[in-house]
Design a protein around this ligand. Structure first.
Ligand code: C5P
Length: 234
């Protein structure tokens, strides 16, 4: 395939294909934390992220969620629709952990009565600051209708993914999504892997996600491999 590198990210490279509205995502064997300040090459990671994300996206598509995924090309490459991505990270939390627990001094593991949605403005230079809905509208990042739709999609995806991960004996603690505009639709973009969600083993409550790398709690590649096997065998 004739391809031109469009963007090189922390975990993925993005190439333009011959078709103007399609791009190729190639997952990399690299793990980063603290917004890129901690970085390591981990052979096998890219293909695990991609395969896990493929399973999640295929399941969401079967359940009528519109996503950018066109085709899984290999265990580390996906052909996707080229969208105009909202510079927003949409975080949903079912259980208190991470920055929420730190910021509000809430006990890790507290099950939240209702899911919480938070927005962060995607900017490496600004370290992805928290942004509220009036700020999003004032900065014309998204309008009221788009925000309402994004929140509804995020809650729906959570309702689909909680049982999906439960069947593999994981609690879906929290996750981050990204959305893009494609023609006149808003669709789910990016990936869904243990890089951008928290999965706790239902029995041991051990982290089975990027926290093992962030907190030096175990081997990331081994952990992601176990996640993939459990999702495949559920
Ligand atoms: O760190 P924090 O608790 O705010 O993260 C919430 C969720 O969002 C976690 O699952 C984390 O992996 C994900 N996240 C992400 N990319 C970021 C920040 C958080 O995928 N830049």
């Amino acid at each position: 395939m004739n391809k031109k590198l469009l963007y090189t990210g922390k975990a993925k490279d993005v190439y333009q294909t011959e078709k103007t509205d399609e791009i190729l995502i190639v997952y990399k064997d690299q793990a980063t934390a603290l917004n890129g300040k901690k970085k390591e090459i981990l052979p096998g990671k890219g293909s695990l992220d991609c395969q896990i994300s493929q399973l999640v996206f295929d399941y969401l598509i079967q359940n009528d969620i519109n996503t950018h995924l066109i085709k899984n090309l290999s265990d580390h490459e996906q052909l996707v629709k080229k969208t105009d991505v909202f510079p927003l990270e949409v975080v949903l939390r079912n259980i208190a952990s991470g920055s929420f627990s730190r910021k509000f001094q809430v006990e890790e593991g507290l099950v939240l009565e209702k899911p919480i949605i938070e927005f962060y403005y995607k900017s490496d230079a600004l370290d992805d600051p928290f942004i509220n809905e009036s700020q999003i509208k004032a900065l014309k990042i998204a309008d009221e209708d788009q925000l309402t739709y994004i929140k509804r999609m995020t809650l729906r995806i959570n309702e689909l993914l909680k049982p999906f991960f439960e069947q593999a004996n994981f609690d879906l603690v929290d996750f981050k999504l990204e959305f893009g505009r494609y023609k006149d639709e808003i669709i789910l973009v990016d990936e869904f892997s243990p890089d951008n969600c928290r999965l706790w083993d239902k029995n041991s409550h051990h982290s089975m996600d990027k926290d093992v790398f962030r907190k030096h709690e175990g081997d990331l590649v081994e952990t992601y491999h176990m996640v993939l096997q459990r999702l495949k065998n559920k």
